[in-house]
Design a protein around this ligand. Structure first.
Ligand code: SF4
Length: 244
């Protein structure tokens, strides 16, 4: 459950679907994940991007190799686990009636009750008032499905919406201009991904010059230092490699 939630944080469902069972076959338990090197975990994460996520999963497994903490508050304190993921894991894997909000829940509850997309804080406050004591998992799945298939970001299908009669936004959603990510930030992330990808295939590491040549980008030295700071890479005898 934690693995799927973390995978879905910033990766499309279509890419997570094949990767999830493969990752679980490779690391079926927290103990197995804790015994692996970070380099092996990063290799198993190949294609999913945002490599801080497998690093954090690996850290969690080493902190708790037998079992995850049982309270939402303790889950929230784990590396890389925010309030949303802690709530989702408590609700979907333990059936707890807790409030949380992803982007779909923010959109549906916000449009329904506020007439606009809610902030996360607003959506969690609304969810707290509405989440049922029993069946909180079905409640949250329903909101997420509605957001993913009917109450779409740019073109909500109000005519087909089962809660349209009560909705403050019905037929009134103004299409937002598509958001453009900063070109530099996107490109920076891509270069980081390529650095990790090159090192996945180099078990003995690469010299910085080799890595720069393989990636072909002037930011390799600077981004490699940052990845070392984040614990994803290490440097030994002048060679950069995935961290153990
Ligand atoms: S009526 Fe339209 S805006 Fe309101 S929740 Fe349904 S799809 Fe979204």
């Amino acid at each position: 459950m934690l693995v799927s939630e973390v995978m879905l944080q910033q990766t499309q469902v279509s890419r997570v679907l094949p990767a999830y069972p493969a990752f679980l076959r490779r690391f079926p338990t927290l103990a197995a994940l804790s015994r692996a090197t970070l380099a092996d975990v990063l290799r198993a994460w190949s294609g999913l991007g945002y490599n801080r996520r497998p690093r954090d999963l690996h850290r969690i497994a080493r902190l708790h190799p037998r079992a995850l903490p049982t309270t939402r508050e303790a889950l929230d304190l784990l590396p890389g686990i925010g309030s949303y993921t802690a709530g989702a894991v408590s609700c979907f894997s333990r059936g707890e009636s807790v409030a949380f909000a992803d982007t779909n829940i923010r959109r549906v509850l916000g449009r329904l009750l506020l007439g606009r997309i809610a902030t996360e804080r607003e959506a969690v406050a609304l969810d707290e008032q509405l989440v049922p004591t029993r069946g909180a998992d079905r409640w949250h799945h329903a909101l997420m499905d509605l957001g993913a298939t009917v109450c779409l970001v740019r073109t909500p299908r109000c005519a087909a919406c089962p809660i349209a009669a009560d909705c403050r936004s019905r037929g009134r959603v103004v299409q937002a201009a598509p958001r453009r990510q900063a070109a530099f930030a996107t490109s920076d992330r891509r270069v980081r991904g390529r650095i990790v990808a090159e090192l996945r295939d180099a078990p003995h590491g690469l010299r910085l010059a080799e890595l720069r040549h393989a990636v072909g980008d002037a930011r390799v030295a600077q981004l490699t230092l940052k990845l070392e700071d984040e614990g994803l890479l290490s440097r030994r005898r002048g060679r950069v490699r995935l961290a153990d």
